[in-house]
Design a protein around this ligand. Structure first.
Ligand code: ADP
Ligand code: MG
Length: 252
């Protein structure tokens, strides 16, 4: 189902008001003992040379508990990618505050922008080059990260032979190998076929199910992906609204 054809009688009051009730009604959620991602009253405008500044985020606030898989939905142009880039530190808000646990990693939409090395294992190990680790530790981290995304059998494969979804999973494994605590994932499934879409989202779900440490925020326009999430935020016109668990489960 496409968001543009979906009406949202499901919207509830913005942020905070229903955080605990929203998440404790899920069976999958872990206990909430800290916050991994928080943006408060974020404003952001793109500066246009000849016209007035274009406001994109308007007093936008979100809060994601540690160890959970949350989705960010909303129509094209509502500001999802802008918000994600601000959380990643790639853009600076005009005003407002940001807190995101470190290390954090931003995974881009285009799978071909993710991988830089010739083979799967060398690509996953690439980011570890900046940390001084023993070879055994590097091998162990790479193996664990590839296991988490279901690519253990692909370790020596050339990245050129991978599908788009497999490249996304290699990129996620690279982040996990660096002990990434927050994954910021921007519409990863847009260019993928259905099998690849499911492979990527299940890989992210598995990463969170096998680690207390990792939190993920997944931008999507596919409502069917909500079934994998612990919580969801709907954005409209630069503002964030939380969806109640039972409402959005009913919608999927
Ligand atoms: N580099 C840019 N310069 C000017 N406007 C931009 C730029 N990037 C995005 N925008 C505008 O900001 C708005 C939000 O964009 P974006 O965050 O990409 O939305 P979404 O990811 O929800 O589709 C859109 O109206 C878009 O046209
Ligand atoms: Mg976008």
């Amino acid at each position: 189902m496409n968001l543009t054809s979906f009406s949202f009688p499901y919207l509830v009051a913005p942020l905070c008001s229903t955080l605990s009730t929203t998440i404790t009604t899920t069976t999958r959620c872990k206990s909430v003992n800290s916050i991994a991602i928080e943006g408060r009253n974020l404003n952001f405008s793109f500066t246009a040379r000849q016209t007035k500044d274009v406001p994109v985020l308007r007093d936008c606030s979100i809060r994601i508990p540690s160890g959970q898989f949350w989705m960010l939905l909303g129509p094209n142009g509502c500001g999802k990618s802008t918000l994600l880039k601000i959380l990643a530190g790639l853009l600076t808000p005009t005003s407002g505050t940001v807190y995101v646990k470190e290390p954090k990693s931003f995974v881009f939409q285009n799978p071909d922008h993710q991988v830089v090395m010739p083979t799967v294992d060398s690509d996953v190990a690439f980011g570890l080059g900046k940390i001084n680790l023993a070879d055994d530790e590097v091998r162990s981290r790479v193996a664990q990260a590839l296991h988490a995304v279901g690519l253990s059998d692909y370790m020596k494969r050339s990245v050129q032979t991978l599908s788009g979804g497999q490249k996304q999973r290699v990129a996620i494994a690279g982040a996990l190998a660096e002990a990434c605590k927050v994954l910021l994932l921007d519409e990863l499934t847009t260019f993928l076929d259905e099998t690849d879409q499911v492979g990527v989202i299940k890989a992210v779900r598995n990463c969170l199910d096998t680690s207390e440490e990792v939190t993920a925020l997944w931008v999507t326009h596919r409502l069917e992906e909500l079934k994998y999430a612990d919580g969801a935020i709907y954005m409209e016109d630069g503002k964030a609204l939380k969806l109640k668990w039972h409402d959005w489960k009913a919608a999927t």
